[in-house]
Write a protein that binds this ligand. Sequence first.
Ligand code: NAD
Length: 285
Amino acid sequence: MGVYVVTGAASGMGRAAVEQLRWEGHRAIGVDLHNADVIADLSTEDGRRHAIEEIYKSAGNRLDGAVLAAGLGPIPGREELVAKVNFLGVVELLEGIHDLLAAAGNAKVVIFSSNSTTTVPGIPKELIAAFKARDMDSVLAIGEAAGPDAFPNFMYAGSKIAITHWMRTIGVTEEWAGRGIRVNALAPGAVRTPLIDKQLADPELAKAIKSFPIPVREFGKPEEVAKWVIFMLSPAANFLCGSVIFLDGGTDAYFRADDWPQPLPADEMPRYIQKMQEFNAVKPE
Ligand code: NAD
């Protein structure tokens, strides 16, 4: 049986993942602000450092996987926290526990993205670039300049797009995939957790959520999402790497049926050949 770390373990999908892991006989180290094995604030550098130290103490010599579920929704007034928890709370925590994951030889990582990555129009590319550069002053300046109505969604959708790009970038490198670590993302749509309940309690946000198209006509359930997490941590997911799994009742497909996959333009060929050469130059025999 494996040893796994789960952030956001006190509530919603993180909690459901912890319960499912334990039910299946694994050891789960929960991280959260409260009601968890490791109490840490992932929005701060000190909090992340503390979480990493405690995970090293508790895990022993290896970690079989990590589930990064700690996150905040687009609640007005909490924009800075949203940006820091959703982006730095994933990237810097994972970088801090990389060696424990590599020690397992075949570790799995599930990052919680969101279908806001593809369903919120107007997120500027420079915002994503600022996230990826970890330049939080610029992230907040770009968000604030968008005005109070757009700011929360810029931080939420922006952080989730950036984390997904980061996942796909590092996930296929020698340092991660090459060391046996399979990094993937789950992109849920509206799942009935305290995060969504808080948004439903706000009349404006509730209107937006209720009018959002979900072709299967129901919200997701945390315990169902937890089963996907377990699957993505299992040996059945050995060939899953750098993928984004949309678990959203059809919303993404509804808005973007023809957007992807796209035929590859012929002028992309030189770039592909170059990437192939780069890959083979570093691949061990
Ligand atoms: P939730 O609010 O039920 O749980 C999130 C957990 O994160 C809470 O226990 C909270 O204490 C923890 N957390 C928040 N800030 C933290 C901090 N600074 N340090 C440590 N822990 C912190 O949320 P959920 O709905 O289960 O969401 C889980 C993940 O899925 C989040 O990343 C969220 O953005 C994402 N997501 C949720 C939905 C949805 O509809 N619920 C949809 C798409 C994506």
